[in-house]
Write a protein that binds this ligand. Structure first.
Ligand code: HEM
Length: 144
């Protein structure tokens, strides 16, 4: 699977949201899970931890992604360990689009209408990360 690299301007727009994420990241990911479990209640069964812990972990991951967007290499071990959790929980590639939509929706719910270039940059950056997870998870599943 080939993934187009993110452009420098996309990376800079994502990096510019780090201060907002530091303040509102957990509110955003809590809202994401509310939206997700309301639009797709069947996905709730995948999650074993408490929703608040899950929201904290996702917020940390999103924040780390934005902070390291210009050079993702320090995140390789973290991404691999999350991918292992996803494989263990039977996360299907088709779920990524659903979560991406609810994450972007949650950003707007919490932060209000955002500049379109910020929304587009995050949408691209999410798709890039989702593509990475899907690829690693396919390799892990094939090796299992
Ligand atoms: C780019 C998108 C995603 C990111 C950044 C992300 C991040 C994370 C993180 C940080 C964890 C915790 C890992 C740990 O405990 O060490 C996790 C676990 C998990 N994620 Fe994701 N995730 C993403 C996409 C998804 C999708 C699309 C699904 C499917 C609905 C999903 C379902 C899960 C489940 C079921 C767990 C394990 C939870 C549990 O054991 O209760 N994730 N993810």
């Amino acid at each position: 699977m080939s993934r187009p690299e993110l452009s420098d301007s996309t990376k800079s727009l994502v990096a510019s949201t780090v201060p907002i994420l530091a303040e509102q990241g957990v509110a955003i990911t809590r809202r994401m899970y509310e939206r997700l479990f309301s639009s797709h209640p069947e996905l709730q069964a995948l999650f074993t931890g408490s929703p608040d812990d899950q929201a904290d972990r996702l917020a940390n991951a999103v924040q780390a992604y934005a902070e390291n967007i210009h050079d993702l290499s320090p995140l390789v071990p973290v991404v691999t360990s999350i991918a292992e959790k996803h494989v263990g929980a039977s996360v299907d590639p088709s779920y990524y689009g659903i979560v991406g939509e609810e994450l972007l929706g949650a950003m707007v719910d919490v932060l209000g209408e955002l500049p379109v270039d910020i929304v587009n940059a995050w949408s691209e950056a999410y798709d890039f990360l989702a593509g990475l997870f899907i690829e690693i998870e396919a390799e892990l599943s094939a090796a299992a």
